[in-house]
Design a protein around this ligand. Structure first.
Ligand code: FAD
Ligand code: DHB
Length: 400
């Protein structure tokens, strides 16, 4: 007989992953009176400290506020009525409020996660960090289970449904038999080197820049912290980027003829991320439902990933509520189709923004001039600017 202690529990929805998707789903289910257990592989500090997204669509802000987890977001989030696009040394503003009647809010993903973890603790419902060897069972046979190890114990959760909210590298998507789903994928030949700098942002709004030397993005996290990104190789080594080189490159790519440039300051954190578009179809298999990056990822240029993750779990929580309240299965049946429609529109937009603003390795001059012509056309056409604005602030959530 094994010495390992066992623990068995039962819940309605077993959620794998405590990123924005898993935590928000747990909270929306709690509000609907539905029980859940959240199982996360990393520790709490890691989950909170990972620096990632920063731009929230108005729809995402509304979901947070309506779910009662938006107080700090409303106090500390920075509302932006537009963005700048920079090319040929000039900055051009796109006015979201005028063109699309909406704004965006800059509030770090780690702050969103911090607020959602606090809300989870307040409900007293279970959230396991540092769960090892997470494994799924029975979701095709109507008897879903989640198995993991934690505190030297083997845990088993029996549930009605599993929500796979474990990101792109998680276990849920690969647990679906390969003949039951298909991947659509595109890798991009570049990545982003991102930094957090301990200095006040020098612009009140984001600046996306196409430069001969490649793409750069100016963003922020607070009135005293600037967030910046540089296009680099997907496997770029940070060893090649001492702080001075990063600043020289940022200033060269972002500075404009009117004298604007980012403020230089101490670098608090650096990282490199590759870029990929990926969609899994369908987003479910039996009683397993994928949400967020577990089902789809996008190049970050359109600032869509986190927003899409929240849109998925709103749709999933409604479908689960209809199941528990009225024994309706139609919304669960249409979950994947509804989410994929939004996901593909976000893919299209992110691909377009990425292609317009990055330089292909090898520096083809025809492409560069075509990209400049595209930006020039965009800034000369209210119709084209409106299209960018309505996609950037977020398309309306589909109802069915
Ligand atoms: P994740 O945040 O990846 O969470 C998944 C969780 O599951 C993680 O905590 C992980 O530890 C856990 N997990 C993984 N495997 C297991 C396992 N086996 N068992 C248990 N748990 C597991 N999006 C935007 O909307 N706006 C932006 O401005 C933006 N900027 C970005 C900038 C960068 C540099 C990057 C990298 C991404 C950006 N994104 C942006 C995308 C956004 O960060 C993601 O789309 C978002 O994190 C998706 O949330 P999620 O909960 O689906 O997945
Ligand atoms: C940020 C990230 C993005 O991907 C983007 O398009 C805009 C801003 C950010 O981290 O602030």
């Amino acid at each position: 007989m094994s010495d390992t202690a066992h623990s068995s529990m039962r819940t309605q929805v077993g959620i794998v992953g405590a990123g924005p998707a898993g935590l928000m789903l747990g909270h929306l289910l709690h509000l609907a009176g539905i029980d859940s257990v959240i199982v996360e592989k990393h520790n709490r500090e890691h989950v909170i400290e990972r620096v990632r997204a920063g731009v929230l669509e108005q729809g995402t802000v509304d979901v947070m506020v309506n779910a009662g987890v938006g107080d700090r977001l409303l106090r500390e989030g920075m509302r932006h009525g537009g963005i700048y696009l920079a090319f040929l040394g000039q900055r051009h503003r796109i006015d979201f409020e005028d063109l699309a009647g909406a704004s965006i809010t800059v509030y770090g993903q780690n702050e969103v996660v911090k607020d959602l973890i606090a809300a989870r603790y307040a409900t007293g419902r279970p959230l396991y960090f540092e769960a090892r060897d997470v494994r799924l069972s029975g979701f095709e046979d109507g008897q879903p289970g989640i198995h993991f190890r934690s505190d030297e114990k083997e845990h088993e959760i029996a549930c009605d449904f599993i929500a796979g909210c474990d990101g792109f590298h998680g276990v849920c998507r690969p647990s679906m038999p390969s003949e039951k789903w298909r991947a659509y994928e595109r890798e991009y030949p570049f990545g982003w080197l991102g930094i957090l700098a301990n200095v006040a942002p020098s612009s009140g709004e984001l600046v996306y820049s196409l430069h001969q030397r490649g793409f750069a993005l100016f963003s922020m996290r607070s009135p005293s912290v600037t967030r910046l990104y540089l296009q680099c190789a997907p496997d770029e080594s940070l060893d090649a980027w001492p702080d001075d080189r990063i600043w020289d490159e940022l200033l060269a790519r972002l500075g404009t003829a009117d004298g604007w440039r980012p403020n230089r300051g101490g670098i608090l954190q650096k990282n490199v991320t590759g870029m990929r578009s990926f969609v899994a179809e369908p987003m479910c298999c039996g009683r397993l439902f994928l949400a967020g990056d577990a089902a789809h990822i996008l190049p970050p240029t359109g600032a869509k990933g986190l927003n899409l993750a929240i849109a998925d779990v709103v749709i999933l929580s409604r479908a689960l509520a209809a199941f528990y309240q009225d024994r309706r299965e139609d919304l669960l049946d249409s979950y994947s189709v509804l989410c994929l429609r939004r996901a593909w529109r976000a893919q299209r937009f992110s691909w377009w923004m990425t292609s317009m603003l990055h330089r292909a390795p090898g520096g083809d001059e025809f492409d560069y001039r075509r990209q400049i012509a595209e930006l020039d056309y965009l800034m000369s056409s209210r119709a084209a600017m409106t299209s960018l604005a309505e996609n950037y602030v977020g398309l309306p959530t589909e109802q069915r």
